[in-house]
Design a binder for this molecule. Structure first.
Ligand SMILES: Nc1nc2c(ncn2[C@@H]2O[C@H](COP(=O)(O)OP(=O)(O)O)[C@@H](O)[C@H]2O)c(=O)[nH]1
Ligand SMILES: [Mg+2]
Length: 327
């Protein structure tokens, strides 16, 4: 996960405290005006280095996989007050970069004025510190936003745009989670995405030495598009980049609590949204009813054709290991 290793972002006050206390220590090692010069240089270096480190810790948003881009956009918009997720982070990073350069400029501007007697040097050094502190406080909100974004992004579950992915859609209670559980031997990693109340479930299954991600989508692809809020819609955009095949589960017994008509309408919506990849209609609860035209029929609870449905998804993806994988 490209956002996993983002370091904590310091606050303005933390940066200022660290810089000025390190400066005070450096200043004590020398006498007179030289001590003041040393303080100025130390404070400027600590501030500009730390501010620049915040910026360089982030990946280049223009270069990352579109899946991560959309995901970050949805997560950040959901977690912070910023309306445009990634744009807000970029804007803040650019402000923080500006602050880093500005502290260097202040250093340059003042260093000549400190080559004088102690009292004058001290006066100018204090002025320089006050200006540096102002600059850092000016980006206080930006540092906070970047830190919130970092906290939201670092705990995302292990979804990998490079690995083939089967996305499971369908109304609540049609058997999505039961299916994902049945085909993924390993435990499901359920991570609370900020944009779903229940969290996306991610499991893995292996076929022909290839690992497939099987993604359960409660809160996203379990309801009509017009009932999704803006952030959920963005999250669905991320899923579009991730999915290599979509299984839409329908329950013709309607014991899920939704009419078959509504379920098929959702299926049609999903099919047009995920137009680039195969979308298979899977009748689940075939032990109760098979009254629907579907690509495949299964019963998860009866263990009927469950692996067959996964095989069909794998075949539809047609992934060839060793060849560069097209989305
Ligand atoms: N009769 C029958 N019940 C099923 C089948 N698959 C799942 N269920 C039941 O349907 C309910 C909802 O399943 P769940 O996997 O939580 O659905 P989800 O909301 O789509 O994730 C549970 O009580 C399951 O035991 C099936 O093939 N046949
Ligand atoms: Mg479920």
């Amino acid at each position: 996960m490209i956002f996993e290793d983002l370091p904590t972002t310091p606050t303005s006050e933390e940066l200022i405290d660290t810089a000025f206390s390190r400066a005070a220590r450096a200043g004590r090692a020398k006498r007179g005006a030289e001590g003041q010069q040393s303080m100025l240089m130390t404070a400027a270096n600590v501030l500009s280095d730390n501010l620049e480190n915040v910026v360089t810790a982030w990946p280049d948003f223009d270069a990352i996989d579109p899946f991560y881009y959309e995901l970050a956009d949805a997560v950040v918009a959901g977690e912070t007050d910023a309306e445009a997720g990634v744009d807000a982070v970029r804007q803040s990073l650019s402000e923080i970069g500006w602050a880093g350069r500005k502290t260097r400029e202040i250093h340059q501007e003042y260093q000549g004025r400190l080559r004088t007697d102690f009292e004058t040097a001290k006066k100018h050094r204090k002025q320089a510190f006050a200006r540096m502190a102002d600059v850092v406080r000016e980006v206080e909100g930006d540092l906070e936003l970047v830190n919130e974004a970092r906290n939201a992004l670092r705990d995302l579950p292990d979804l990998n745009p490079e690995e083939p992915a089967v996305v499971v859609a369908g109304y609540p209670n049609v058997g999505k989670s039961s299916f994902v559980n049945a085909v993924t031997r390993a435990r499901i990693e359920t991570a609370s995405y900020p944009f779903t109340t229940t969290g996306l479930g991610v499991g893995h299954a292996e076929r022909g030495h290839v690992r497939y991600q099987i993604v359960d989508t409660p809160g996203l692809l379990d309801r009509p598009a017009d009932e999704r809020n803006e952030i959920e819609t963005q999250a669905v955009s991320a899923l579009e980049h991730l999915a290599d095949c979509v299984l839409v589960l329908v329950d013709p017994s309607e014991t899920c609590g939704y009419t078959l008509e509504d379920q098929l309408e959702l299926r049609d919506q999903v099919a047009s949204r995920f137009a680039e990849v195969p979308v298979l209609t899977v009748c689940n609860k075939a032990d109760l009813s098979r009254e629907v035209e579907a690509d495949h029929y299964m019963s998860v609870t009866e263990g009927e054709n469950v692996e067959g449905v996964l095989d069909a998804a794998v075949e539809a993806i047609g992934y060839e290991p060793g060849l560069p994988f097209e989305e």
